[in-house]
Design a protein around this ligand. Sequence first.
Ligand SMILES: [Zn+2]
Length: 163
Amino acid sequence: MIMTALVSRILDMPLGFDASSFNLGCTARKFFMPGNVGTHYLLGSKNNEHYLSSMLCDCSVCQKINISDIYEDTGKSGAIISLHNLYCTIEENRIINCLADDIKNLTLYAHTIARKDYNIVNNTLSILSDYSTHGLEYVYNKYTMLFIEKVDQKRFKNLSGIK
Ligand SMILES: [Zn+2]
């Protein structure tokens, strides 16, 4: 979401991304922690394992339910978790878009809240700058290590791996 916001600002056009992971609430009962949608918490099962004693979140979805709604057995609980996850995804994206013009604070946010490497913002900006100045082939050659398929996990470091 951070890279999408930066590219969207620089290109001055809206960009979308696949945010379907919110549905992990229905499929796997995974609960996104507010402010960190990259981390998914397990809530326990509907039948016997209840890990939470109260709601962890105060979003507009969670404000309208109580903890027993998360563990009910009619199928509604998965939908509730997914709606919470969707809310958290939209909220985190809103925050990132607010910070997209403020590189210092976006970098701080990326590191402290989203737990991304400090370098992700600067590396993304470097790629975009190199693309504007030197073109696609230069970017591809300079950042080839980022375009390699995920065959060798040691070499694949995403944008955090640029020096
Ligand atoms: Zn919530």
